[in-house]
Every structure is written in C-alpha cells, then in structure tokens.
Design a protein around this ligand. Sequence first.
Ligand code: FAD
Length: 455
Amino acid sequence: MALTNGHQPVTVIGAGLAGSEAAWQLAVRGIPVQLIEMRPKIASAAHHTDKFAELVCSNSLKGEDPSTAAGMLKRELRALGSLIMAAAETTAVPAGTALAVDREAFSAAITSALISHRNIEVIREEATAIPSGDVIVATGPLTSTGFEHALCSVVGNDRLAFFDAAAPIVSADSIDMSKAFCASRYLKGPGADYINCPLDRDGYEAFLGVLLSAERVIRRSFEQEELFQACQPIEEVARCGPEALRFGAMKPVGLTDPHTNARPWAVLQLRAENRVMTAYNLVGCQTNLTFSEQRRVFSMIPGLEHAEFVRYGVMHRNTFVDAPRLLAPDLSVRSFPSVRIAGQLSGTEGYLEAAAGGLVAALGVVSSRLGGTLLPLPPETALGSLIAYATDPETVSYQPMHVNLGIMPPMTSIGSKRARHTAIGERAADALARYSAEHATSLTPALRAAKAIAP
Ligand SMILES: Cc1cc2nc3c(=O)[nH]c(=O)nc-3n(C[C@H](O)[C@H](O)[C@H](O)COP(=O)(O)OP(=O)(O)OC[C@H]3O[C@@H](n4cnc5c(N)ncnc54)[C@H](O)[C@@H]3O)c2cc1C
C-alpha cells in the first residue's frame, strides 16, 4: 500500500489504547501512518485477542460526573474527537453512572476503523528497532522484551522501569492537621517539607495487627518474580518483625510532635507529590493490599482517618519511562525529538489516560507537520494537568499516575469539597471551550471522523 499525501509516514508502534488513538488522529488529518502491532504473531501476557485497543482487564472506563477528573477527561476526549471515546459510546453497556463497554465490540470497532482507513498501513510484526522519521512509541506496560534494547538506546538504560511499586497518594485537604504536623527530620532542609502522622505504641501495634492480616491482591504469574527483588511492600516489611517498620519507613527519630512535645513511637511521613502540594504520597507505603483494605488499614493512622485516596498503591509488572526527566510537554523525547512516547509507557495509568496520551503525541506531530500550536493543552483541563504532571522535571520519584483532582491546579478559596470539585470541573470546561474555539480548524477533521463512528 502506498502512503502518499506528500507527508512522510509516521510510525506508530503498538496498537493498544494509545497507539490506536494516535494513528487515528494523524490519519484523519491526512498524515499517513504505519501502525506496527506484534499481536497475534507475538502474544503479550495479558492480551487475549489480535484486536487493537484490547481492554486487558476491567471493561469500565470509569465515571462520567464532570466534577471528577475521570468525567472531565471524557468530556475533553470527546471535544478533541477521540476515536476511543467514539467507539466506547457506540459499544456502551449499562453501568450506572460509569461508562462501560462491550469489550469485544469496542475493540472490533476500533480495529475496523483503523484497518479500513486509507491513510493507515497496518504491519503485524514485533518492532525491534526505532525506525527513522517521526515515531510514536506506544508499546504499553507489557512492552515486548525484543523491543527493550531499542527503547533503552533512546531513553537510556537507567530511565526504564519494569514494575510499578507505588505507595498510595492522598489529597492534602483530607489530612487532619489537628493530629498530623509539618516538619523535616532533624529540622534539616529549607522547610518543613513532610507531613508527619504520629503513632503512640498502642496505635502502632494495632496498625501492625490489621496490616498483617489485611487482604492482598493475588498477582498474576507474570508479575511474580521482579517485584520483590526491587521494592518490598509495607506488609512484607512488617512481616519481618514488630520493630521492622519502626526502624524503617516509620522511624520517629529526629521528629518531635508539637502536640505532645515528645518523640512519637512511630511516624508515617507524607511527602508532597506536586508543586502545588495538593496531593501527598505515603512514604515507604508501597503495597499490594486490595484498594478497600488500603482504605481500612491506612485510615488507622492518626490524621488519615478520613483520607481521600487520589491513587491507591499498586505493585505489578509495568514498563514505563522516567517521563519527567525524559519527555517534553508534547511527549517527545527531549534528546530524540522525532520520537514520542505515549500511553502507559509514558507513565500514565488507565485506559483513557493511555488514549489521551496517544492523542497528545499525535497533536504534537500535527503541530510540527501542519503548523499551529496545539500543545500544551490548558493546565486547568484534566488532560493538560496529567501531561504537565508527567513531564514536569520537578516531579520526583515518578510513578504512574491516572487523572485526579490532586494534580490539577487547586482552588483553595472555595470551602466545601463538593463546591470546590464542581468549580474545578467548570474551570476545566471553560478552558476547554476556549481551547476548542481557538483551534477549531485543527480539531474539525477529528470531530467529523469521530461523529461518523458515534453519530
Ligand atoms: C494486567 C493489567 C491490567 C490492567 N487493568 C486495567 C484496568 O482494569 N483499568 C484501567 O484503566 N487500566 C488497566 N491497566 C492499565 C492500562 O490502562 C492498560 O494497560 C492500557 O491498556 C494501557 O494502554 P497502552 O496503549 O499504553 O498499552 P496497551 O493497551 O497494552 O497497548 C500496547 C500495544 O503494544 C503492543 N506491543 C508491545 N510491544 C510491541 C512491539 N515490540 N512491537 C509491536 N507491538 C508491540 C502490544 O501487543 C499492545 O497491543 C492494566 C494494565 C495491566 C498490565
């Protein structure tokens, strides 16, 4: 098949959620695409079909409420003419306030749209090298081992992680500061950078008891080996003995609780996750507990009784790059600008976040080929804030992130939580409307094509 139009083809590697969206966004704007997908020749450990954009686990794309980050992201994807959203709408199944899909019909619709598009050439091969020209790498959390070497040649050996061992993150305004206190250990550093949740002896022992008996996620066989070599979950450390945490992640040394003027028996520290300090990471609490057990166990910590989790801890096989150090806001590799990295490989988490990353990477190519400055998206939007977070060099200890209110610019002046979330949603809608009006000409081809799929 000849790909013409005067444009060099863009190579998109991986036809998952991100690669499918990226290929579509380029093709509908007349940019030819070579879409390389290894399935069915080479299987992944989680995919079961040869279809594009296969949902490997849940069939839910989460809620629609526009005062939640997931709801905002859906609205933004629709406004940008997303193929994944259009296919989701045509294949939706009843799921209350969430958007869930018939997974087979969903993937079939996307596969059919892509393979029948005249600007897309599908190549069913495993990519083992990075081709020349514009490339979008979207090989996902289970990137084939045959491609890792090529990827390392672009991103560097020490910038690729192979598992996700993340601690929970809670929203700052849900921490009870009448019990917690701000301080750095031994008062070191320029400021009181940590929020400290103090435990007395009884509280620590009760916490340990519940932690040790809490229900854990059963990992799949392909996730078994690599995790424990690198990073111990808190429940495993606790199993080493009753003092293991008190002399490890929960050590109290160098800290005085201003409420008691004494050193606590143990301390759980929280570190700011973003510059605006709206979200805090539970330091050393990477965990494999189920999400409901994480809520139960960590709410025993003084100050976290009513903590709102913006991300739960996870431990699973997951290949991703150190995006804050590698990627520019258009998802191009700073030292190899013709290569863009999208989807879960760029360190976002979630189906729609992956699709959104593919869309942003494609808009980056569109901007560079057709002119116009489509990026960055406004930071007040869910998608804009996700990419800003992922590519902010100030983001430390990067772990994959899904969209959430904690990484969006705060609106601290509004008191009630419900009102604040609604206001953040309205602000995102306004920013999106301004963006859409400004870029109407560039967005029209994608909107028209999406409408043909989900009229
Ligand atoms: C086991 C598991 C369960 C998950 N469950 C959920 C969930 O329930 N809900 C949720 O929101 N998120 C979930 N995620 C996270 C994430 O949303 C999905 O993994 C999502 O599919 C990521 O999209 P992607 O496009 O980045 O990668 P993928 O959808 O995995 O797509 C990557 C594609 O690249 C192909 N590929 C890989 N290497 C090569 C190569 N060298 N050459 C050519 N093709 C290649 C793969 O075959 C695949 O088709 C899960 C992840 C995993 C691993």
